[in-house]
Design a protein around this ligand. Structure first.
Ligand SMILES: Nc1ncnc2c1ncn2[C@@H]1O[C@H](COP(=O)(O)OP(=O)(O)OP(=O)(O)O)[C@@H](O)[C@H]1O
Ligand SMILES: [Mg+2]
Length: 360
């Protein structure tokens, strides 16, 4: 295909790669990413490796990548914070892959997926006979992650009992398998993530403050997609390239209007939601021009977004406040719903002149 026939019809995206989207090569992407393409050549080959590439050239992402650069080489605990679908797991992998521990596999634990009764032996292991059903010895995830990193995902969901145990292990840098008195030295880099506002969980008593401070050594706030809309065209093309392979389709262009429309949407599900939208579009695509539907339940909200951002924010805060009967603090209060500390929300409300007009 001739390079001249290809167009990337977008307001903010850089020039189109000079090759068919079905055959994007490392070099084209590297050129687009302007040195921020974090993959290495050897990992480019093979579809699965697509997933470890961080796409983004917005200032918001650049800041996160700088933080990752600073902290990756150390052994410090990292706490990744950010809404669902923002790429916390991807950034965790980057930290591990850029550390001296990279030759070993990072061990992942989803704290919300393992029942709390099994969590202790999952994390720290158990000896045979440690409890009635313990017929065999089990090596825990911390032991598996020896000389490597452990990714504690959804850390905000840990039960209080396990929070105490984890705190002890992080403080003493050693642990025992259940049913064994022998201490095992901890040589594991801890990376934790949550989409929760942990300060709010401390306030409502569901998360230990001392554990929070242990984890909060080097917090990294991963930006929401709506705060990095300039990355949307790049991300769209990244997913088009991926699904071009999956569905064996060639896409030539996405319209400028379509990209602008996507940039105006709020993306509550962030990059995961965008990826799904592109996948859906690719499934139904007939010709070389891709039309990506903006998720429907938010169409009315999108109509407002041609207005000033500050007006949209004011309206959003007001509608959240209405929906929680103007309760700011506590579980399911407006601050938690919005993912803000209550004091920040109050300051913002004062600045924007948001007041409750009538009781109700
Ligand atoms: N910068 C990025 N470039 C390319 N793909 C990305 C980027 N960020 C996220 N993704 C993709 O978006 C999806 C969601 O990312 P990920 O699972 O890391 O999010 P998360 O923050 O851990 O979400 P959750 O809180 O719901 O677990 C994945 O498919 C991931 O590969
Ligand atoms: Mg995740």
């Amino acid at each position: 295909m001739q390079a001249a026939t290809r167009t990337l019809d977008s307001t903010t995206a850089p020039a189109a790669p000079a090759a068919s989207t079905t055959s994007f090569g490392y070099a084209e992407w590297a050129a687009i990413m302007d040195g921020r393409f974090r993959d290495v050549d050897s990992r480019w080959h093979g579809g699965e490796q697509f997933r470890t590439v961080i796409v983004g050239r917005s200032p918001a992402v650049a800041r996160v990548l700088e933080d990752i650069d600073r902290v990756a080489a150390t052994d410090s605990t990292v706490l990744l914070l950010g809404e669902t679908g923002t790429g916390k797991e991807l950034f965790a992998s980057q930290i591990h892959e850029r550390s001296v521990r990279h030759s070993r596999t990072m061990v992942r634990v989803n704290c919300s997926a393992i029942p709390s009764t099994l969590m202790e032996s999952e994390l720290f292991g158990r000896e045979r006979g440690a409890f009635t059903d313990a017929h065999a010895r089990q090596i825990g995830r911390f032991e598996l992650a020896d000389h490597s990193s452990i990714f504690l995902d959804e850390i905000g969901e840990l039960s209080p009992e396990i929070q105490v145990k984890l705190l002890r292990v992080l403080e003493e840098r050693q642990f025992e398998r259940l049913g064994s008195p022998k201490p095992i030295h901890l040589d594991t880099r801890v990376i934790a993530a949550t989409h929760r506002n942990l300060e709010l969980r401390i306030a409502d008593g569901t998360f230990r403050e001392d554990l929070f401070y242990r984890l909060n050594v080097f917090p990294i706030q991963v930006p929401a997609l709506r705060d990095r809309v300039e990355d949307i065209p790049l991300l769209v093309w990244r997913f088009v390239a991926e699904f071009s392979k999956t569905f064996d389709k060639t896409i030539e262009s996405v319209s400028r209007d379509n990209l602008v429309e996507l940039q105006r949407y709020r993306w509550p599900g962030n990059i995961r939601e965008l990826r799904n939208a592109v996948e859906r579009a690719m499934i139904v695509a007939k010709g070389p021009r891709l039309a990506i539907a903006v998720p429907s339940e938010h169409k009315t909200a999108v109509a407002h977004l041609s207005e000033k951002l500050v007006d949209v924010e004011r309206e959003h805060i007001r509608s959240v406040l209405d929906s929680v009967r103007w309760r700011i603090r506590g579980v399911a209060g407006a601050a938690e719903v919005l993912g803000l500390p209550p004091t920040t929300l109050e300051t913002r409300m004062a600045k924007m002149g948001i007041v409750r007009l009538k009781a109700g």
